[in-house]
Design a protein around this ligand. Structure first.
Ligand code: TRP
Length: 461
C-alpha cells in the first residue's frame, strides 16, 4: 500500500521537488515587487527574520506531519490530531483548488513571453513595444488567456499523472538545475551592470525609518506564500519521504534554497532597473509591471547579451512556476487517491479539469468578461482574479498555517513530534525544545498577528 502511493527515489529528489514547490512566482514576481514597495533593506531584514523564526519551524512541522502519517493533508491531520482536525487538511485542499485556479493564469503568461522574446531576439525589437497598454490588451484578450492557461494546466496535469518519482521528481531533477544555471548566468551579467552597486545597497542596507508599518506583516504573509506553507503542500510532499531522511536537514535546505533564489532574483531585477536612468521613478505600480512590462524592454535596451538572456529568463520563470503548480495540484490529487481510493490517473485528470474550469473564469476576469472583471468583494480588489488572490494570501494560508501550528504544538504529544524530528539523522545544532517554543508560541503568535492585521484592513497580496 505504502509503495502504491509513491515515494521519492532519493533525498535530493525530495529536496528538489519541495524547493521547486517553494520557488515560484512568489520569488520572481512578488518578492522583488514588495521589496521595492517597502523600500528595500529594512524590509529584507524583517523578511529574513520571519523566514527563520516562523517559516522554518512551520516547514519542519508540515514535513513531519506528512512523513509521520504517510497520508495526504486530510488523512495526515486526522492521524496527527484525530478526526475532529481533518478539516484543516480539507481547508488545504480547498485552498489549493483556488490557488491553482489563478496561479495558472500568470504561469501561462510565461509561455507568451518566451514566444515573444524569441520573436524579438530574432526579428529585432523596437523600443516602446512592451508598454503598459500592450500588456493590458494582452491580458484582456480572453481567447489567448484561456489558451495559455490551458497549455500550462495541461503540462502540469501530465507531470502529476506520471507519478511521484516518475513525474514530479523527474521534472524537478531537470527543471531545478536548469533554473539555477540560468539564474547564475543572469546574476553574473547583472553584476557587471552599472546599477548593481546601487541595487546591492538598496537591498542590503537596512534603514528602519524607511520601513512602513504594514511591511512587517507583509513580510510575514509572504514568508508563508513563498515557502508553500499553510495548505498542506509540504505535508503532502513529506508524506512521500523516507524515514531515513532527516526532516530537519531537508527543511533547512528547502528554506535556504528558496530564500537565496528570492534575493538573487531581486539583485538581478534591481541591477537592471537601476542601470537605466529615470526608470526608478517610472516603475509601473503593479507586480505585473516589473516582470512583464519593464523587464522585456530593458533586456533589449540595457542588458548585455539581452537577446540571449531575455528568452532564457522567461524559460526560467516558466520552470519555476511549473514546479509550483505541480505541487499545488498534488495536494488535491493526493486527497482523492488516499481518501477516495481513486487511481492517480483518474485523480489527475478529474482534478486538473475541475481546476481548469476555475482557471478559465480567472483568465477571463482580467478584462475579457466585464462582470467577472469588475466586481469587488474585498475593498479595492477588482474582479475574480484579484479577489481570489486576496482570499488565499490573506485568509486561507494564514488560517491554515495557524491551525497546523496549533495541532503540532498543542494537540500532538511532545513525544510524537520529537520522534520525527530527533533521531540519528538530526544535525547537532538542532534543539527540540527551541523548536517547540517556536511552534507553540512564536509562530502562532506571529500568524495571529497577521490575521488580526487583516481583520483591521491590512493587505498582503
Ligand atoms: N511557493 C510558491 C511560490 O512562491 C507558490 C506555491 C506553491 C504555494 N505551492 C504552494 C503557496 C502551496 C502556498 C501553498 O510561488
Amino acid at each position: 500500500m505504502e509503495q502504491g502511493r509513491g515515494q521519492w527515489s532519493s533525498r535530493t529528489g525530495f529536496i528538489l521537488a519541495a524547493a521547486g514547490s517553494a520557488i515560484g512566482l512568489g520569488n520572481l514576481w512578488k518578492f522583488p515587487y514588495i521589496t521595492w514597495h517597502n523600500n528595500g533593506g529594512a524590509f529584507v531584514l524583517v523578511y529574513l527574520v520571519c523566514i527563520v523564526a516562523v517559516g522554518l519551524p512551520i516547514m519542519m512541522t508540515e514535513v513531519l506531519i506528512g512523513r509521520r502519517a504517510q497520508r495526504s493533508a486530510v488523512g495526515a491531520m486526522r492521524a496527527a490530531a484525530g478526526p475532529l482536525w481533518s478539516w484543516v487538511g480539507g481547508l488545504g485542499v480547498a485552498t489549493g483548488f483556488i490557488l491553482l485556479g489563478y496561479y495558472t493564469v500568470v504561469a501561462g503568461w510565461t509561455f507568451r513571453y518566451i514566444f515573444k522574446t524569441l520573436q524579438w531576439s530574432t526579428g529585432g525589437y523596437t523600443p516602446g513595444t512592451s508598454s503598459g497598454e500592450a500588456f493590458s490588451q494582452f491580458v484582456s484578450t480572453g481567447s489567448i488567456q484561456v489558451l495559455l492557461a490551458g497549455a500550462f494546466m495541461g503540462l502540469t496535469v501530465a507531470v502529476n499523472y506520471a507519478g511521484v518519482s516518475k513525474g514530479i521528481e523527474r521534472a524537478a531533477r531537470v527543471l531545478m538545475p536548469a533554473l539555477l544555471a540560468i539564474l547564475g548566468l543572469m546574476l553574473v551579467t547583472s553584476l557587471t551592470m552599472k546599477g548593481s552597486g546601487e541595487a546591492l545597497r538598496f537591498i542590503f542596507t537596512p534603514d528602519f525609518s524607511e520601513l512602513p508599518a504594514r511591511g512587517i506583516l507583509e513580510a510575514l504573509g509572504h514568508s508563508f506564500f513563498t515557502l508553500s506553507l499553510g495548505m498542506g503542500a509540504m505535508i503532502t510532499y513529506g508524506s512521500y519521504m523516507s524515514r531515513k531522511q532527516s526532516v530537519v536537514k531537508a527543511s533547512v535546505a528547502i528554506v535556504v534554497l528558496d530564500t537565496v533564489i528570492a534575493i538573487v532574483a531581486t539583485i538581478i531585477m534591481f541591477s537592471v532597473i537601476f542601470s537605466q536612468a529615470g526608470l526608478r521613478e517610472s516603475i509601473s505600480g503593479s507586480t505585473a509591471g516589473m516582470l512583464f512590462i519593464t523587464l522585456p524592454e530593458l533586456f533589449y535596451t540595457a542588458v548585455p547579451l539581452g537577446t540571449i538572456l531575455a528568452p532564457l529568463f522567461y524559460v526560467l520563470v516558466a520552470f519555476a512556476a511549473l514546479t509550483s503548480t505541480i505541487s499545488i495540484l498534488e495536494v488535491i490529487i493526493a486527497y482523492f487517491i488516499d481518501e477516495k481510493n481513486w487511481s492517480r490517473h483518474k485523480a489527475s485528470l478529474v482534478c486538473g479539469s475541475a481546476c481548469f474550469a476555475l482557471t478559465v473564469l480567472c483568465a477571463l476576469s482580467l478584462g475579457a468578461w466585464g462582470q467577472l472583471s469588475s466586481f469587488e468583494i474585498f475593498a479595492g480588489k477588482q474582479g475574480l482574479f484579484a479577489n481570489l488572490d486576496h482570499l488565499v494570501a490573506n485568509w486561507m494560508l494564514p488560517v491554515g498555517g495557524f491551525f497546523i501550528t496549533m495541532v503540532a504544538g498543542w494537540i500532538m504529544t511532545r513525544e510524537a513530534t520529537k520522534k520525527e524530528l530527533v533521531d540519528e539523522t538530526t544535525p547537532r545544532w538542532f534543539h527540540f525544545g527551541v523548536w517547540r517554543i517556536f511552534i507553540r508560541f512564536v509562530a502562532p503568535g506571529a500568524v495571529a498577528a497577521i490575521i488580526i492585521a487583516v481583520l483591521r484592513g491590512a493587505d498582503f497580496s
